[in-house]
Design a protein around this ligand. Sequence first.
Ligand code: PRP
Ligand code: MN
Ligand code: MG
Length: 182
Amino acid sequence: ASDIPGDFDHVLYTEEQVASRIREVAAQIDADYAGREILMVGLLNGAVMTMADLCRAMTSHMSMDWMAVSSYGAGTKSSGVVRILKDLTKDIDGRDILIVEDIIDTGLTLSYLVQNLRSRNPNSIEVMAMFRKPEAVTCPLDVKYVGFDIPNEFVVGYGLDYADRYRNLTDVATLAPHVYKS
Ligand code: PRP
Ligand code: MN
Ligand code: MG
């Protein structure tokens, strides 16, 4: 789905640009993890596209697991509390963990998650985020792999949603104001 008509303002990254950046990051990960087996942990739902493309662009041995989390509080991300809705199915003791995310906005979700997973005694833990909004980050954290740093605008596509829609847009685009102002 590359054209859900009328709902977008402008394209930030085309499908081709995203694919090309994924290949670069995959090559970097393969080089960094040479000879090691990675346990990639994706965060539902946003990371589905990034996970699917990134792991297929890699040549390293990998396995896959998923978590689902949500922020507590009055609907705001800044409440500071993250609740685990679906936990890992695998034991990560001694494993090399790569958390895969679609986007870092405030950084709250990942700060919590890295802390939580660290307490389970993995051998290593790193983060790959396809997008990051540097202007929005309030919980700074070490992110080893970033696809693109983007402006603090409402973007959708490639897993990123607005009200759960537009994840299937193959480009990454800003949302037209009429969509979220109506
Ligand atoms: C979005 C996004 C990240 C998180 C980033 O997920 O996919 O997981 O928010 O925000 P933060 O850096 O401010 O914590 P969301 O909770 O919307 O769920 P989704 O992945 O199902 O869209
Ligand atoms: Mn998410
Ligand atoms: Mg979302």
